[in-house]
Design a protein. Structure first.
Length: 236
């Protein structure tokens, strides 16, 4: 899936930039690189990529500022994946500002390739897929729980917020979810909030893997109206 795709790698460590650039080029991608966020913005303006893979901490422009600027310009393109070896940004925060991916260092190159390939697949094509095997873990909720909230509080470009305390999941788990006609499918758990914070209740961020046909239609209609910047919302 990286064949022919344009990727911009942003990192202040030359060795890591070289490793990632070489890996993506071996997969057939067109690769460019920048040492910081400011230089990355110039390269995006000159030659817009399909996806930006950026470190967080960089002198001369950090990854958070870069992601926010890119998403303010266009929430959909380019896609943004953030990487960090520090705890100064949580996955919950990264997805809220619009990043489509969030990885911690050190990481496996195979995992990076798989994540980028998945994200570069059009969302409708990705969500219409039927899983070969349904995930063993299942979460369910009354549809009334979501009807009582505006869709913007639980739905975003890549997935949704699922409320609940003591959910039987961990980050990285694949789950089946069911809240009735409009919200049924499979997802990857991207973050878990075990207790309420800043006025928001406990729950988790689910990145959609696949959606039931009726759910796919409804989600697409909602997103056309909402036009959210967030990839996963922080919920209600």
């Amino acid at each position: 899936m990286l064949q022919g795709k344009a990727i911009l790698v942003v990192d202040d460590e030359p060795d890591l930039r070289e490793i990632l650039c070489d890996e993506f080029q071996l997969e057939g991608a067109e690769v460019n690189n920048a040492p910081n966020g400011q230089e990355a913005l110039k390269k995006v303006e000159a030659n817009p990529p399909d996806i930006v893979v950026s470190d967080l901490r960089m002198p001369g422009g950090d990854g958070v500022t870069l992601a926010k600027e890119l998403k303010n310009r266009n929430a959909v393109s380019p896609l943004v994946v953030l990487m960090t070896g520090f705890a100064d940004l949580t996955a919950e925060e990264a997805y809220e500002i619009g990043a489509e991916g969030f990885m911690t260092k050190p990481f496996h190159l195979e995992s990076v390739r798989e994540n980028l390939s998945r994200l570069l697949m059009p969302s409708r094509e990705r969500w219409a897929q039927t899983p070969f095997k349904a995930p063993a873990k299942t979460v369910s909720e009354s549809a009334d729980t979501f009807r009582a909230q505006p869709a913007s509080s639980y739905l975003a470009r890549g997935g949704m917020f699922w409320p609940g305390e003591r959910l039987p999941v961990r980050v990285g788990d694949e789950v089946s979810f069911d809240a009735g006609h409009h919200l049924k499918g499979t997802a990857i758990v991207r973050w878990v909030r075990s207790s309420g914070q800043n006025g928001r209740g406990p729950g988790m961020g689910l990145e959609f893997m696949s959606l039931a046909p009726e759910s796919l239609i409804w989600v697409e209609e909602q997103l056309l109206d909402l036009k959210p910047v967030a990839f996963l919302p922080r919920g209600f």
